[in-house]
Design a protein around this ligand. Structure first.
Ligand code: URA
Length: 232
């Protein structure tokens, strides 16, 4: 048994205060009878809880795509830096969302969040080989020898071996880089190993997902079809 207000919060209906107001307005029913008492105990397996007539499940899996701006660290908390969690709107703060992988403080672009622990682990596992595409502005110009070195697998300056990756020169000082793993500062270090210091980095794609026209600093929830495309 659990309290009705907690059940409604966990179902993604809203924050505690929003749920309180929703209950007060008479939009929630338990087994067909309007219920306004937030302390009411319910059993999610046997009681049918509805909001505006729609049946609610206890847990709603969600995946959110953010277009991360520079200046925020990817962490759930940090003593001195602003974190990406601060960019989540108020109504998403109670959903227990965690960032999927990491973008550096200075890196912009596609960052996923989910409350589904299994999906999170599958997406960050190097065995799953989810490819990520980055746009980089950098010193120097990528040459054929750099493209071949990426295709063979870069050895970083500290001796770490990277999996084969794709380097596509776009012009002087601009390239697209596709990698399937997420080592610390990976793209910056791969480029540095070829003497091309990265000046700007943006993640544009992750697996089947692209940033599209999502504005910087904004988020959108993925559809069920998009979540399934990530899992396949
Ligand atoms: N590689 C990097 O160097 N930085 C990122 O944020 C992501 C990939």
């Amino acid at each position: 048994m659990e309290r009705l207000d907690k059940f409604l919060c966990d179902s993604g209906v809203g924050t505690r205060s929003q749920v309180k107001a929703i209950l007060k307005s008479g939009r929630v029913a338990v087994d067909g009878k309007t219920e306004k008492d937030s302390t009411r105990k319910i059993d999610p397996k046997t009681n049918a809880v509805t909001l505006d007539g729609e049946v609610l499940g206890g847990y709603r899996r969600i995946v959110v795509m953010m277009n991360k701006p520079a200046g925020f660290v990817t962490a759930t908390e940090d003593k001195s830096e602003r974190t990406v969690m601060e960019l989540l709107p108020e109504e998403m703060r109670h959903l227990d969302l965690k960032p999927v992988g990491r973008l550096d403080k200075a890196t912009e672009g596609l960052l996923l969040f989910t409350n589904d622990g299994d999906l999170l682990h599958r997406l960050i596992s190097p065995r799953k080989e989810v490819s990520k595409v980055y746009y980089a502005k950098h010193e120097g110009t990528a040459e054929e020898a750099d493209v071949s070195a990426f295709a063979e697998g870069i050895t970083l300056r500290d001796g770490t071996r990277c999996l084969p990756a794709k380097l596509e020169p776009l012009g002087p000082g601009e390239s697209l880089i596709t990698v399937c793993e997420g080592k610390y500062h990976q793209v910056r270090r791969m480029m540095a190993s070829r003497n091309m210091t990265v000046l700007y980095l943006e993640r544009r794609e992750e697996g089947p997902l692209t940033l599209g026209d999502l504005p910087r600093g904004q988020l959108r929830e993925l559809s069920e079809a998009e979540i399934r495309s990530l899992e396949s």
